[in-house]
Design a protein around this ligand. Structure first.
Ligand code: ZN
Length: 186
């Protein structure tokens, strides 16, 4: 499946901005949601928020196995309980952490037809909603970690960025490292 968007990853400032409310649900917005779903399925992922494709609007798409869904201007009105779950993020690729969040939430918002929706979500779906809402507020998984775990995560991300830079430099010099990590010798 083709992927209309490149997913923005950690370090991209758009992931740190608070997204703006959507006033009009028009054809452009429906197209955006369609393209986001294609991008999400191509990864594959089960949720994707607009800032992850560089769009600062309060919208996310998801599919937890019962088909594609889009939520516009979502708000969590109630949350209850605690649930630990290993959470990853397409914008912080290949890393995941056990994170405790509320187990149940009540979420309201709008669908793409402008109808009001009200969803009682539990466990995975509740987790997904909280994760995507974080994206709309410029919050990443890293902000949900304790200090020590976050330091480790930042170190890993820094090292990875340096490796990518080395590959870039190698490419500029006219040769390409054998491995994507740039560590093995030819
Ligand atoms: Zn994410």
């Amino acid at each position: 499946m083709s992927s209309p968007y490149t997913i923005r990853v950690f370090g991209d400032p758009v992931l740190r901005k608070v997204a703006e409310d959507i006033d009009d649900i028009d054809g452009k917005l429906v197209k955006l949601a369609d393209d986001m779903l294609d991008t999400m399925y191509a990864e594959p992922g089960i949720g994707l928020a607009a800032p992850q494709v560089g769009v600062q609007r309060r919208l996310f798409v998801y599919d937890v196995g019962d088909g594609p869904n889009t939520l516009v201007n979502p708000v969590i009105s109630e949350s209850d309980g605690e649930w630990e779950f290993e959470e990853g993020c397409l914008s912080v690729p290949d890393l995941s952490w056990n994170i405790v969040r509320p187990k149940q939430i009540h979420l309201t918002g709008y669908d793409l037809d402008g109808r009001e929706v009200s969803i009682e979500a539990d466990e995975l779906l509740a987790r997904l909603f909280q994760h995507e809402l974080d994206h709309l507020d410029g919050v990443l998984l890293l902000d949900r970690l304790d200090d020590e775990t976050r330091k480790q995560a930042m170190k890993t991300l820094r090292e990875r960025a340096e490796q990518l830079n080395q590959i870039q430099v190698s490419a500029d010099l006219g040769f390409t490292p054998q491995s994507s990590g740039g560590l093995s010798l030819p």
